[in-house]
Design a protein around this ligand. Structure first.
Ligand code: ATP
Length: 252
């Protein structure tokens, strides 16, 4: 691994996104912080991300780059993490719009992107991409945490050594997913990866439920929004990232 970028491993953190936010000046254009013990992780829409000390990767990429289309970063990131898991484990993940990774129909990765600015006047701005990867939790862990639709790489048959794998995955994400491989997305935005995203998106052609309705997901548009043909023949509806789409778990 080239190790060109700042990559910080912490023994534990409340949230790697929060730690990055408080330490923005430690990073250059691309950097990252990670741990295998995140005690207060957050998901989208204010939800919690369950901790599994020593059994999972909790990682935040810190991007201080001008992105053409920052709103589509969660979609790019899901594709890039899927590529990293394919390289490292041969895992064939699908994407649940906008940015969850599923393996064999169960959730294995969650992603939370945020933009931020350091508190001092004129301080650095950054986009944070927080990624939780379930590496080695056993079935009882998901049962005890009320996560029947979640799984880990080990549970799905991968050979996992969580501490060493967390290091390797964090390095690969930092030097490839968020550095070399992001070049086209950085300049062209979602158009650079829309075809690959649609090919990996498990929702397309399937029925989805969302707050206020249901329909068939028919496209992911050029801005990364999910396009739904509503039941009852209603007009197409396009979702932004503030909506949770259901109806996929257990269906694939
Ligand atoms: P979903 O549609 O699965 O609720 P989301 O994109 O709306 O996903 P996220 O931000 O990815 O939500 O993550 C929060 C949700 O993920 C929680 O509400 C919980 O259901 C689930 N979750 C929490 N911890 C884990 C974990 N370690 N592995 C898999 N799923 C988890």
């Amino acid at each position: 691994m080239s190790g060109l970028n700042t990559l910080i491993r912490l023994p534990a953190a409340d949230s790697t996104n929060a730690w990055a936010k408080a330490n923005l000046d430690r990073f250059g254009p691309v950097g990252a912080v990670y741990t295998t013990n995140q005690t207060a992780g957050r998901g989208r829409l204010g939800r919690a991300w369950a901790n599994a000390a020593g059994q999972a990767l909790y990682y935040t990429a810190v991007l201080r780059l001008p992105l053409a289309d920052p709103g589509a970063l969660p979609l790019y990131a899901s594709l890039a993490v899927a590529a990293a898991l394919r390289r490292q484990y041969g895992a064939d993940c699908q994407i649940k719009w906008p940015n969850d990774l599923l393996l064999h129909g169960k959730k294995i990765v969650g992603i939370l992107c945020e933009s931020c600015r350091s508190p001092e006047p004129g301080g650095p701005r950054a986009i944070l991409c927080g990624i939780g990867v379930n590496l080695a939790q056993p079935a009882e862990y998901f049962a005890q945490n009320g996560l029947p639709h979640a799984t880990s790489l080990a549970l799905e048959g991968a050979a996992v050594h969580p501490e060493a794998d967390a290091d390797a995955l964090a390095a690969a994400l930092t030097d490839f997913a968020f550095d070399r491989d992001i070049y086209a997305f950085e300049r062209e935005g979602f158009a650079a990866c829309r075809g690959a995203y649609k090919a990996a998106c498990v929702n397309l052609g399937r029925h989805v439920l969302y707050d206020g309705g249901a329909g068939t997901a028919v496209d992911v548009d050029e801005a990364g929004r999910l396009v739904v043909q509503e039941d009852g023949g209603g007009a197409r509806r396009v979702f932004t990232g503030e909506v949770s789409v259901r109806g996929i778990y257990g269906a694939v």
